[in-house]
Design a protein around this ligand. Structure first.
Ligand code: SF4
Length: 375
């Protein structure tokens, strides 16, 4: 299985909570970036025989800030350089408001078959408060445009536990999201990351968050509402109709290999995890000199690989399969992580079935606490 991630770091605005690798679009050398991104893909594909690509994910930043001409160049290069499997999943992240029919048509014409839209909330006031520039009407317009062009596999992202958000507000957002009848939904609780505008506000005591009980209630509401509407939870934050699970993200959670292209992109190929330079200039300079823009790479030890298998695999609702673990690493899961399993099971965060270990419902809310025990 070969998977590809492609990073487009440009955004038309900077959201207050965002710590992704992104830059403000205005004045950036976008054409040059697209050229060098294609060059990076050419350099990597020249070096090795590529197996059929099963999933491609173009993320950001905001990939839909690219113009139609830039999208055409990028997608044509992907089609030219990679042997894309017939049933491959080809996703684009998109912001509501950026999705014109003509851009969507370019994507569709180049094999894109899945959209992941950053909606975040169906409350215009909250959207403003978190620094988004789209409105709820933009969401409806974009979903309609996508349907008009023939996209069936559309997902939206939501964020809960936003500053000033009530449980009733999140319930309203969930209702409106589900009324769109999309096959896939992702919902994340807000995390305040360093170097964000929200982090600075929090340091000054000016960010009023709902609190842990309300956050837990919202998460419980999310899980039960999605279940009621036939969107099966398959990962801590992801819900889908059967057959619409994100195959690309499952690659990450199954600790499988993928190539990463673009500024700040990460990859995992063979035994090695690598990361490209994040800042635009640092990413582009080596490519101009025909060098790959790799900032760091690390060959993983067996111990690291097993730990990653756990903290990635436990994100999946099915958990980590014991037989697969044994086949992959040549040792039994139960004894390799006996202490961590015992401790987290005692706390009610983890459960063992005959064939796997997985998070309990409570454990899903406390995911990071559980994962730490396996490191
Ligand atoms: S959240 Fe998305 S749209 Fe907002 S700044 Fe970050 S990458 Fe850009």
């Amino acid at each position: 299985m070969t998977a590809i991630y492609i990073h487009i770091p440009f955004c038309e605005h900077i959201c207050y909570y965002c710590d992704f690798n992104k830059v403000f679009l205005e004045g950036q050398p976008v054409d040059k970036y697209v050229d060098l991104l294609i060059k990076e893909m050419e350099m990597v594909t020249e070096k090795q025989v590529m197996k059929p690509v099963e999933t491609i994910f173009v993320g950001g930043g905001t990939p839909t800030t690219l113009t139609e001409a830039q999208l055409t160049r990028l997608c044509s290069a992907v089609q030219r350089l990679f042997p894309i499997a017939k049933e491959a999943e080809f996703s684009f992240e998109a912001n509501p408001g950026d999705l014109s029919v003509s851009k969507l048509q370019v994507m569709k014409d180049h094999g894109v078959n899945r959209l992941s839209m950053g909606v975040q909330s169906f409350n215009n006031e909250l959207l403003k408060k978190i620094g988004r520039i789209h409105t709820v009407d933009d969401v409806y317009q974009s979903v309609n445009n996508a349907k008009q062009v023939g996209f069936e596999n559309v997902s939206i992202d939501l964020i809960f536990s936003l500053p000033g958000q009530t449980e009733a507000d999140f319930e309203d957002t969930l209702t409106k999201a589900l009324n769109l009848d999309l096959p896939h939904y992702s919902a994340y609780s807000l995390i305040i990351e360093p170097k964000t505008i929200f982090y600075n506000l929090m340091q000054k005591g000016k960010l009023l968050l709902p609190g842990e009980d309300a956050e837990a209630n919202m998460y419980e509401m999310l899980m039960s509402t999605m279940e009621k509407h036939g969107r099966r939870q398959y990962e801590i934050s992801n819900f889908a109709k059967p057959g619409f699970e994100s195959r690309h993200n499952i690659v990450y959670w199954s600790n499988e290999h993928y190539f990463g292209f673009g500024a700040g992109a990460h990859g995992y190929v063979g035994e090695t995890r690598y990361a490209n330079y994040g800042p635009l200039k640092k990413y582009m300079q080596p490519l101009e000199k025909n060098e790959l823009p790799i900032f760091q790479q690390k060959e993983l030890t067996l111990k690291e690989k097993m730990e990653e298998e756990m903290f990635l695999g436990l994100r999946k609702v099915v958990g980590v399969d014991k037989a697969q673990f044994q086949a992959k690493f040549g040792q039994p899961l139960d004894t390799t992580f006996a202490r961590a399993i015992e401790k987290t099971t005692e706390k009610g965060w983890l459960e063992s079935t005959q064939g796997s270990i997985r998070l309990t419902r409570r454990g899903r809310f406390l995911g990071n606490n559980v994962f730490q025990e396996f490191l």
